[in-house]
Design a protein around this ligand. Structure first.
Ligand code: HGY
Ligand code: MN
Ligand code: MN
Ligand code: MN
Length: 413
């Protein structure tokens, strides 16, 4: 039984639930701060659990805090179709990055209940732990452990800037679940997400048929120079770690621009020590990340960048420790699942276009194990990882309707 287009999700309910989630960690500038594994994240998780259990979904939590809310199907031997995203946010995040995919998944479950539909295969709604990576420095953490990219022990030991480990944080909010954080048999995964870029809005498209995601490499850098008196230390004897870092930052920007419109190079986090006005900084710790749709570009950077940047830092009389945190290969999504998204958008008459994701998503790691596809909706001015992130209620509704059609078609095939 495939879904006919008269089975409509409830856009008003979807929007009010999105706004209810946005109240958890709401910031004065209209965004959210739901940093992973904090009390605010816990509040979002608890609200999510209440909503799922009110629908009769069975919620389980794995050892890394990933949450799975299961709706049984007619045939218990069928592998579940997964859908979802993440509820954690950036420190100055928007209301919709991640939350749209989780709350739209909830709306799919609510609509199936309203219509009294039991799909052939079970369906599981997922809230992945720490997609953003902004607290512990590893993005796609929960899906990465589930997909076997990271070991649970390695992730438990990751520390935030206050020295709190992931393991401690999971314990502190009571979300170190008893289920093993590893893959279980699943049929497919669908993730609805805002595009976080300008192309759908610019071209007047309502749906992005996401065919894959670009490659990335992330580094942690520590430059060591020498603390010195700002007034008495002449240029010839300075070992200024911040000047050396500035040269590295300029090089990252130059490497990005050398790759044209597809180039991406960012230093997003930087700490200066001792961070005192009249001390030449002796140490700087910062993040570096590069991305590109062509995996070979990232492989090239990963090969050549460490030696080039080491020489640059040494010219400033400082030393560099550069730690490659991870490389994410360019990830194509599953053709059959992508076609389900394409057919749903066409059936519903929504203008759509194929697109490669510039952002990383949990779907990137999940796609390594099971057939996966993503659905994008436009967002205003392509802005995200910014409190001003915004979408229209009808954009959320259109994305959710396509998600509903694709998931139900897959679960009933
Ligand atoms: O960085 C990313 O792409 C993700 O949105 N955290
Ligand atoms: Mn996201
Ligand atoms: Mn994000
Ligand atoms: Mn993301």
């Amino acid at each position: 039984m495939s879904t006919s287009t008269n089975q409509r999700i409830n856009g008003t309910r979807l929007w009010s639930t999105l706004m209810a989630m946005a109240e958890i960690g709401a910031t004065p500038k209209g965004g959210v701060k739901r940093l992973t594994l904090t009390e605010v994240d816990k509040a979002g998780r608890q609200r999510f659990t209440e909503w799922c259990e009110a629908l009769g979904l069975k919620v389980r939590v794995d050892a890394i805090g990933n949450m799975f809310a299961r709706r049984d199907g007619r045939d218990p031997t069928r592998k579940p179709v997964l859908l979802g995203s993440h509820l954690d946010s950036q420190p100055t995040g928007g209301k919709f990055d991640g939350a749209l995919g989780v709350i739209a998944g909830l709306e799919v479950m609510r609509t199936l209940n309203d219509l009294g539909i039991t799909t052939e295969a079970p369906i599981e709604l997922v809230n992945w732990t720490d997609e953003e990576g902004s607290r512990f420095g590893h993005s796609l953490m929960g899906s990465g452990v589930w997909a076997g990219v990271y070991t649970q022990d390695k992730v438990y030991g990751l520390k935030d800037l206050d020295g709190v480990t992931v393991g401690e944080a999971l314990d502190s909010i009571g979300y170190k679940g008893e289920h093993p954080a590893k893959p279980f048999p699943a049929d497919a995964y669908f993730e609805l997400h805002i595009e976080q870029g300008p192309f759908l809005e610019r071209e007047g498209k309502q749906i992005g048929i996401v065919t894959g995601a670009q490659a990335q490499v992330w580094y942690d850098a520590v430059i060591t120079g020498q603390d010195a008196h700002a007034g008495t230390t002449p240029p010839s004897t300075r070992k200024d770690a911040l000047v050396a870092a500035a040269r590295v930052i300029a090089k990252v920007d130059e490497m990005m621009r050398a790759r044209g419109d597809d180039g991406r190079g960012t230093v997003g986090r930087l700490q200066v020590f001792p961070n005192s006005c009249n001390v030449v900084p002796g140490e700087v710790r910062f993040s570096i990340e590069f991305r590109h749709p062509d995996g070979a570009e990232i492989e090239g950077i990963a090969k050549s960048f460490p030696a080039e940047v080491k020489a640059l830092v040494e010219e400033s009389g400082c030393s560099l420790e550069l730690k490659e945190l991870f490389v994410i290969a360019a990830q194509p999504f599953d053709k059959e699942c992508v076609d389900l998204v394409r057919q749903a958008a066409a059936r519903l008459g929504y203008p759509a276009r194929e697109i490669i994701s510039g952002a990383g998503h949990d779907a990137v790691y999940v796609a390594r194990l099971i057939p996966t596809a993503m659905i994008f909706t436009p967002c205003k001015d392509g802005l995200s990882h910014n409190e001003a992130e915004s979408i229209l209620p009808e954009e959320a509704e259109v994305g959710c309707q396509v998600l509903f059609e694709a998931v139900v078609a897959r679960a009933n095939r």
